[in-house]
Write a protein that binds this ligand. Structure first.
Ligand code: MIC
Ligand code: SF4
Length: 642
């Protein structure tokens, strides 16, 4: 039988396991990336492993999330990451050099290689034919140390593209269309391969927009073939030598095939508060808009920005709208400047922000009270923008410009002619903002600088045979990691300070949770389906662990989060009968007994001591995961093996 692109890369990197969907496989990882909001923790974890130099082909530490520097915390953490990177063989991408996924695509991504990153949008690399996964910081630390990355062998989905996008309909609309079809849960357990004739009409940055947002489908990752268009992109980046051809075999089999005709797509918009709440832009026509933000790892490429500049040229934004533009990288910004396009943007009244995540993660530019914000980003989860009652919508750069110019949600096709923008034959290459690590000899003398914001790693507990604890919090479906451990300007600087972060745990759902959890000592949390979707932040597991959460019981879990829970020594269990979710009440006293035998049998019985009911729960752990839980998480497990 023929193979899909992903199966071919997996086969080339398989360390153990069999490539049967649903079984655990271990992969060799060629490249890793971290960003600063998850990176501090990942490097603290890497340091505990006592390995002198990373064992990957390439590891890069980016600074792009925490760049506000309102106090000493961010700057201290940056210094820590810079010095730890220098010492251990990791390249350091300075603040201002750009958003990790954009820069990685430009300067480091290689078709056919594996990449894991401590950021859920690492699958952006699939746009260039990499097999790229988002992972928790601990998994990235292990991969840097030369260890395998474990995943459940995914199913294979194919999206078959035909036709060609019409003017003002974009790759972002393709992403929103697939979210409309599949929902935020529809990609769970699958790798999404994009193929068909329509692929040949999409540039690498457009492909990367699509693989970036595959994360919002819950997919394990997304990937495009590596073809002549990929070769052209790499050539323009001065990296043609990195190109290899990659395509699926004609007789490759897929678990599901979805057809999208690019000709028939229209401009789309995701309404609050979920990326799959998709409507046609035309349906929201006339909605007043207060703020527009263009940028993020989804839509900040040079092509995106040149289109924006061309549409803004000679015009002024509506006085009632505030427009921000964050180019994805220094390369993008410098090419905008030298082409004159930056002037068109500035002259329109836009505010140009630095090349970083910025408003996407609530680092400034929060909307006004109950404000309507149109953003070219990938997530519009409740509260993520920093304004609790804001209505954040996700759109293409073209639709964003139409709203900025008119002050209302407007179909961008009304803007007239789409100016023709072509990919440059050569990008401006300047890697001076990527600092190379010290040589192995010099590395010995490099001092790792730690600021006072770095607090000791919280102690996890081994999962014993019994857990008796109250149900301190019951939440609903699609709880995101932004609910569990919010980010934003006030909280993000404390990503290496778990005790401080813990005050904000679940604050979007119930601000009393941290106090109640602490008072209870140990507790159990209950959730609905797709619990933990969104970010890869392991803080959404480490902070509950610090607050004494011993088990999370849900209808289903998101992939990266369930791995993070196990890595933190928290027992993730699912309802055998989803309707049993209704039988549990916040405050009930719960007991899990015979846990070890239950882990082997695949079923653990939950006793609700308050109501007297017994509820069967499923668990499907591999031997490795059972050992990790019994040891109290990945770090304790790894230490026990040495
Ligand atoms: C996000 O988009 O939510 C983030 C911020 O990039 C996260 C990582 C983090 O929480 O630090 C992600 O996507 O993994
Ligand atoms: Fe940064 Fe936003 Fe992309 Fe996350 S989604 S990496 S916060 S730009």
């Amino acid at each position: 039988m023929g193979m899909t692109i992903a199966q071919k890369i997996i086969k080339n990197h398989l360390i153990s396991g069999s490539m049967v969907p649903g079984s655990e496989i271990a992969l060799r990882i060629d490249q890793t990336l971290t960003q600063d909001a998850t990176g501090t923790m990942a490097y603290l974890e890497f340091e505990t492993m006592g390995i002198e130099r990373v064992r990957t082909e390439l590891s890069v530490a980016y600074i792009d999330h925490n760049t506000l520097q309102c106090g000493f915390e961010n700057a201290d953490d940056h210094r820590y990451i810079q010095t730890v990177a220098k010492k251990h063989g990791i390249r350091f991408s300075r603040p201002g050099n750009g958003i990790c996924h954009q820069v990685h695509l430009e300067r480091f991504g290689v078709p056919g290689k594996t990449l894991i990153g401590s950021d859920s949008h690492t699958p952006t690399g699939g746009g260039i034919g990499m097999l790229a996964f988002g992972a928790g910081g601990m998994d990235v630390a292990v991969a840097m140390g030369g260890g395998a990355y474990y995943i459940t062998m995914p199913k294979m989905f194919k999206v078959n593209l035909t036709g060609r996008l019409r003017p003002f309909v974009t790759a972002k609309d393709v992403s929103l269309e697939i979210l409309r079809i599949l929902s935020v849960k529809g990609g769970v357990g699958a790798i999404i391969e994009w193929g068909g004739e329509g692929v040949k009409t999409l540039t690498v940055p457009e492909r990367a927009t699509i693989t970036n947002m595959g994360t919002e489908l819950g997919a394990t990752t997304s990937i495009f073939p590596s073809d002549e268009i990929t070769r052209e992109f790499l050539k323009a980046e001065g990296r043609e030598a990195d190109w290899v051809a990659l395509e699926s075999d004609a007789d490759a089999e897929y678990d599901r095939i979805i057809d999208i005709n690019l000709d028939t797509l229209e401009p789309l918009i995701a309404c609050p508060h979920s990326p799959d709440n998709v409507k046609k832009v035309a349906e929201l026509k006339g909605t007043k808009v207060d703020q527009v933000c263009i940028g993020s790892c989804t839509n900040s490429s040079l092509m995106d920005m040149l289109k924006v500049a061309a549409l803004l040229r000679g015009k002024t934004i509506d006085p009632s709208v505030s427009l921000s533009i964050s180019p994805g990288s220094k390369q993008v910004l410098s090419m905008l400047a030298s082409s004159g396009a930056l002037n068109d943007i500035l002259a329109s009244g836009a505010r140009v922000l630095e090349c970083a995540c910025g408003p996407c993660i609530g680092m400034g530019f929060s909307p006004n009270s109950a404000g309507v914000s149109l953003r070219t980003f990938n997530r519009n989860f409740l509260g993520r923008s920093g304004t609790a009652d804001a209505g954040v919508h996700l759109v293409s750069p073209e639709t964003a410009v139409a709203a900025a110019l008119t002050g209302y949600v407007t179909d961008p096709r009304l803007l007239g002619e789409m100016p023709e923008i072509t990919m440059p034959e050569a990008f401006r290459i300047d890697d001076t903002a990527v600092i190379l690590p010290a040589s192995p000899e010099e590395a010995k003398d490099v001092e790792v600088v730690r600021g006072p914001n770095i607090k000791p790693f919280p102690q996890s507990k081994a999962v014993g045979d019994t857990i008796e604890a109250p149900l301190t919090l019951k939440v609903g479906d699609n709880i995101t990691t932004d609910h569990i451990m919010p980010a934003g300007a006030k909280i993000l600087p404390y990503r290496s300070n778990i005790p401080h972060l813990s005050q904000f745990c679940f604050s979007v759902c119930d601000a009393t949770f941290p106090e109640r959890a602490k008072a209870a000592g140990e507790s159990i949390v209950v959730g609905g389906s797709n619990y933990g979707q969104g970010s890869s932040r392991e803080h959404a597991a480490l902070v509950p662990m610090y607050l004494g959460v011993r088990a999370v019981i849900a209808k289903s879990f998101a992939r990266i989060h369930v791995a993070n829970l196990i890595n933190a020594g928290i027992l993730p269990l699912t309802f055998k009968n989803p309707e049993d979710y209704d039988a549990l009440n916040q405050g009930d006293a719960l007991a899990l007994e015979n846990i070890h035998a239950g882990m082997d049998a695949g079923e653990i019985v939950l006793k609700d001591l308050t109501t007297g009911q017994s509820i069967p729960l499923s668990c499907d752990f591999t031997e490795r995961q059972k050992d990790m839980l019994k040891a109290g998480g990945l770090l304790a497990y790894t230490a026990g093996m040495n």
